[in-house]
Design a protein around this ligand. Structure first.
Ligand code: MG
Length: 380
């Protein structure tokens, strides 16, 4: 059972944010290409969400598939509207969060919920490290002892019934939900906050928040997939062979249902293999007459297309052709360029090389050509 099934989050996003400037309220401005509120909602994925909005924002808020509640004229009234929407729903714990803090981390949310095991309220805060002054008319008029002072953040977490009763009893005008809770006699535990959990307030805050998001993306390990492919085609009568997309004159041809491009087939199978999607035969059955004599670039383009559809790019690939003749060296650069063109990647990601088998075995007796390939796919 989901351990957070009894937990909801109220995200307050009804304000108009007049310090930020711009026509759009800050919670709907774009941060790294998405509205701020989309980042905030993503941070609470898996929890039941009530989003408290301004009526003017309803159309864009409907895109997110969460419960929408229209806020009041004050923050208190907006939070109470969110709490009332959860009344009778079986929710036992609630997190109340500012929509303009999009960088809240899962770790912080988990710390708050853990604190609710022993306290009816818990809120994140950071100590004050800068000296604090009083001032007037641009002159310092005094200093303030920073011992025992904290910078408060959200989400603030509470036992649901306790904070609902506290809001219903409160006369209004509270700074935040911790004040509402304390005015009702609820003890609120201080939980270690997070410097990145900033409240977007001034235009410069967006650049800082984007830098944090970029840093987080670089922390995420890319997904890497490796596949191998192996193929063999026998020689037959003819005057050329197709190898890695290049027509190479030879005293024989290669026998096959398609153009028998053994190198491109091995590479295609390596990409399918990296995706755990079988091999060419699964996607282009030899029993299907429409693939008879088909140019193998169709297969390779299909495989790389399936990779891209899953968000992967080719990091590199390496094809080894095994034959005594024809000589591959003079054609290798053209082959690399052709494979790179078909896959839409830079040519330096594609290697084509060849070896003989020292006259041993079927390749040594010039009965056919074998090819091996390795492909590495990455999803950033
Ligand atoms: Mg083949």
């Amino acid at each position: 059972m989901n351990p957070n099934a009894d937990t909801a989050v109220i995200i307050v996003a009804a304000g108009r944010g007049n310090r930020m400037g711009g026509e759009v309220p800050k919670q709907w401005q774009l941060l790294a290409g998405k509205p701020v509120i989309a980042h905030t909602l993503a941070a609470f994925q898996g929890l039941r969400v009530v989003l408290v909005i301004h009526p003017d924002d309803r159309a864009q808020a409907e895109d997110y598939g969460v419960t929408l509640v229209e806020g009041g004229t004050t923050r208190d009234a907006s939070v109470l509207a969110g709490l009332r929407a959860l009344e009778g729903s079986g929710v036992r714990r609630v997190l109340i969060h500012d929509g303009a803090r999009p960088l809240v981390s899962r770790g912080l949310i988990d710390r708050l919920l853990a604190a609710l095991a022993t306290h009816a309220g818990a809120a994140p805060a950071l100590g004050v490290t800068d000296a604090l002054w009083r001032g007037s008319d641009e002159l310092v008029s005094g200093t303030v002892d920073r011992a025992g002072l904290y910078r408060a953040q959200t989400p603030q977490a509470f036992h649901f019934n306790a904070i609902l009763a506290a809001h219903l009893a409160h006369p209004g005008g509270a700074m935040d939900d911790v004040q509402v809770a304390r005015d009702a006699g609820i003890d609120v535990a201080i939980v270690e906050g997070d410097e990145d959990n900033m409240k977007l307030t001034f235009p410069g805050d967006f650049a800082r928040a984007e830098a944090v998001l970029k840093g987080r993306r670089m922390d995420v390990r890319p997904e890497i997939r490796v596949g191998n492919g192996y193929d063999v085609h026998a020689f037959c009568d003819g005057d050329h062979v197709w190898l890695c997309g290049v027509k190479v004159p030879h005293s024989k041809g290669l026998l096959g249902h398609s153009d028998a491009d053994v190198g491109m087939h091995a590479l295609t199978d390596a990409i399918y293999g990296a995706l755990a999607l079988g091999d060419i035969g699964r996607h282009f059955p030899p029993s299907d007459p429409q693939w008879k004599g088909a140019a193998s670039h169709i297969f390779l383009a299909h495989a790389i297309g399936m990779a891209r559809a899953q968000g992967f790019d080719l990091a590199n690939c390496d094809v080894t052709l095994v034959c005594e003749r024809p000589k591959i060296g003079p054609h290798a650069a053209t082959m690399q360029a052709e494979l790179a063109r078909i896959m839409g990647v830079e040519v330096d990601r594609v290697s084509v090389k060849a070896t003989t088998s020292e006259r041993l075995g079927f390749t040594g007796r010039e009965e056919g050509i074998a090819a091996l390939a390795t492909a590495v796919l990455v999803k950033a």
